[in-house]
Design a protein around this ligand. Structure first.
Ligand code: ZN
Ligand code: ZN
Length: 99
C-alpha cells in the first residue's frame, strides 16, 4: 500500500504574495524560508521564468559558408557564429583554433 509514492507532492498552505505579479499564493510545493518570502513567485510566473531562461542544451545554430583557415589553409564550411567579413581572412578551422 504505497498510494502516495510518486503521486501528489505535499503542498504547504499559507498566504504569500507573488513578488513578480502580486497575485496571492496559497499553496507551495515547498516550505518557504521566512527570510526569502519576499522573493516568492506564483506558479504562472515561475513557469514564465523557466520558459524565458536561455537554454544551453540545444544545438547551436551553425553558419554555413566557404572560408579559408588562416592557420592551415584548409576550408571551413561551418562556423558557430556569423563571421565578420572584414576578418574573414583571420578565421581558423576547429583544429587550428584548439592549438
Ligand atoms: Zn506571479
Ligand atoms: Zn586550420
Amino acid at each position: 500500500m504505497n498510494e502516495n509514492q510518486g503521486g501528489d507532492r505535499q503542498m504547504f498552505e499559507g498566504n504569500w504574495t507573488c513578488s513578480s505579479c502580486g497575485a496571492g499564493i496559497t499553496q507551495l510545493p515547498f516550505q518557504p524560508d521566512p527570510a526569502r518570502e519576499g522573493g516568492l513567485v506564483c506558479r504562472d510566473c515561475h513557469k514564465q521564468r523557466m520558459a524565458n531562461k536561455p537554454r544551453n542544451d540545444g544545438p547551436r545554430e551553425m553558419h554555413k559558408g566557404d572560408w579559408k583557415c588562416a592557420g592551415c589553409g584548409g576550408s571551413i564550411t561551418e562556423l558557430p557564429f556569423e563571421p565578420d567579413p572584414a576578418r574573414a581572412d583571420q578565421l581558423k578551422c576547429r583544429d587550428c583554433f584548439r592549438k
